[in-house]
Design a protein around this ligand. Sequence first.
Ligand code: FRU
Length: 454
Amino acid sequence: MDHPEWRPVFHLSPQRGWMNDPNGLCQYRGRYHAFYQYTRDWPGSDLRSWGHATSSDLLTWDDEGEALSPDTPEDRTGVYSGCAVIADGGRRMDLYYTGNVVLEGDYDQVRDGREANQILVTSEDGRSFSAKRVLLRPGDYPRDCTRHVRDPKVWEEDGELWMVLGARADDDRGEVLVYRSCDGIAWEHHRTIRSRKPLGYMWECPNIVMLDGKSYLAICPQGLENEKLRRHNRWQAGYLPLDGPIPATTLVDGEDFIEWDFGWDFYAPQIFSADDGRSLMIGWMGTFDEDRSSAPDGLSWCHCLTLPRELSRAADGRILQTPAREIEDLRGTPQELCENVRLPDHLADIAVDGIEGAGALILDGALSIELSDTLLTVSFADPAIGAGRTRRSVGLPRTTWMLRVIVDRSTVEIYLNGGETVFSTRWFPTAAQLSASSGIGCASSQIWPLIKRG
Ligand code: FRU
């Protein structure tokens, strides 16, 4: 089943098959490139390739087919996650990724039976890719590491190249390995970043973020305890403010870990710099959690990515996320949102400002977004529309004065207080039209239809 009414227009999704992490995000020769973890033969296979799409506006994506396939001994059981670096004065695109090798046999898959190779592929045009060159092999990691080492993120700083890798240490604690290189080919281990107290057993998909001269380390820890008002998903994605730059960092405070997004559908984000200087983040709008579906009713494609989000630093040091400003160019004629408003398609941008007191925004009579004091509660009245997503409450750092909601068919992204708290969810509406009503006391409340280009 294809269910075109669920196919997002502005969120990148696979034509068919499975999608997970965004990879190799970059702007190259003016055009945005998004690669992603892809399994065409899903369901039935979990062998990952890199899918590829390009865009001129971050919102409408052209499918470029499969860029990297698991076709060498070093990546034979998966072309796993990685990044892009634009090199040689903007002329070359360098892609770094993890070649995953799972050995057959009776192994525990943590301390044996698995190999991780860090591999480089280059491109002079963003469409054809060089032969693969293996840069780091199992013997090249620190001895106190398990076999779980992956997801290289590379950047240039002070004339050198730096790489962070997510890892699981022998004592079952998550950590980040920091490597350095002069040429992008020969890499040496520089140091390892750990948390003072344990923060999960494995850290996946590390990223570094620089905002207003301050550094942050973004990680996806596996193995944190679920809590009532946060950390609801099996694995989380978030960031840690650092005291200094990454090359000088060894210890971080796990207590400072802040989740990017509290929704049912968010993991493994990647951050990149656009040519105009913006730090943009795109996440996987999905998880591996099994209690909810992203492909109900035999859907032939599974998952999508989030909207690109602009990152900025708030006065208190938290990172704010706002939907890429390009989305505002797609707004049609606004309507005031108070009574029941209907739009012809599930494509909408909603902004409620000057909020006072409690209240709820209800979509299709099925999805409730409720604000009360320092709590956000998102719930589905109709469990079929939530496909396993039912009800979740999130603790907020302060009361809400501003709410923004973007609906793109089967996706809903909720931004509170200029992106201080974000909540992403999939839903699978059955009504032909979108209906919205708001009972939130506020100074202004507007809904724009989003207009599909072309
Ligand atoms: C995160 C992740 C990465 C890995 C990739 C495999 O979702 O587990 O660590 O590289 O997915 O698809």
